[in-house]
Design a protein around this ligand. Sequence first.
Ligand code: AVJ
Length: 319
Amino acid sequence: ARILEAEQQLSGQALEGSEFQRDLQRALAAPPHAISPKYFYDTEGSRLFDRICELPEYYPTRTERALLAEHAGAIAAVAGTGADLVEFGAGSCSKVRLLLPALQPRRYLPIDISTEHLVDAAVGLRREHPGLHVQPVAGDYTAALRLPDPLPGARRVGFFPGSTIGNFTPEEALQFLRGAARLLRGGGLLLGADLVKDPNVLHAAYNDAQGVTAAFNLNLLARANRELGTAFDLDRFWHSAFYNAAQQRIEMHLVSRCRQQVAVDGHSYVLEAGQALHTENSYKFSIEGLRRLAVQAGFRPGPAWTDPGNLFSVHWLHA
Ligand code: AVJ
């Protein structure tokens, strides 16, 4: 992870370029033909994700925002003011804005893998909150992160909104939460988790009528073309997203429309018609299931806030 200075110029170079190539080759070469959804988020992918958040079918963002806005006071009451606030996967830093007036953190450390997006967001946030100490950290928060030492006397409060935790397998989620509990000891974690619900509502959220989610999924191959010099024909793949009830998760895949040969850095792979590249899991939770996981990771669950439609949940977890 790189801790960015306020005025640092960015090279525009891919943060995880060669890792992307290796992981893509691995996914193409052998079952389970899966690649981490973290590769969605180059500058273009982050822009597409921001558009997803505005879609009528994609309820999580607006529902969570409403919860954060409505309960900011109650959140500050359990989390306390004057903390060192760390956000995992901050993106546009738009949700933290809902908390800042009530939470009054001493410092804000947004972590994100999409460096350009992160720095733009940090600049905007500094402009809006001149008194706030914003220190962006470019990197992959699933890897061991080196964070600046906590400010003297300040508790660390973690913020992990958006149900990004749903991208992890249950084992990975446990591992992430264990790391977070250690990092945040004495403070806590404010965690957003999408709830199990009517599969039709879930299906619509990942199969929007405008095709933005499809473009977001296909951007993985477009990104490979930009960064790795591959020549994927995006028209030869279709976006597949469905609810896997047994696993309590939405799965996204890029499915080959035909038998085709693709190449990455001199290695070629044959894709059969109908063969899928698994690009994302998005697990859904019950309040109790999430709390069980948190307890296993070393947290003590506090209040959880939900909307009247029981679409989404925001949890306070004491570390
Ligand atoms: C950012 C992982 C929470 O799973 O809903 C949105 C990503 N993928 N549409 C999600 C996503 C397709 C999103 N998370």
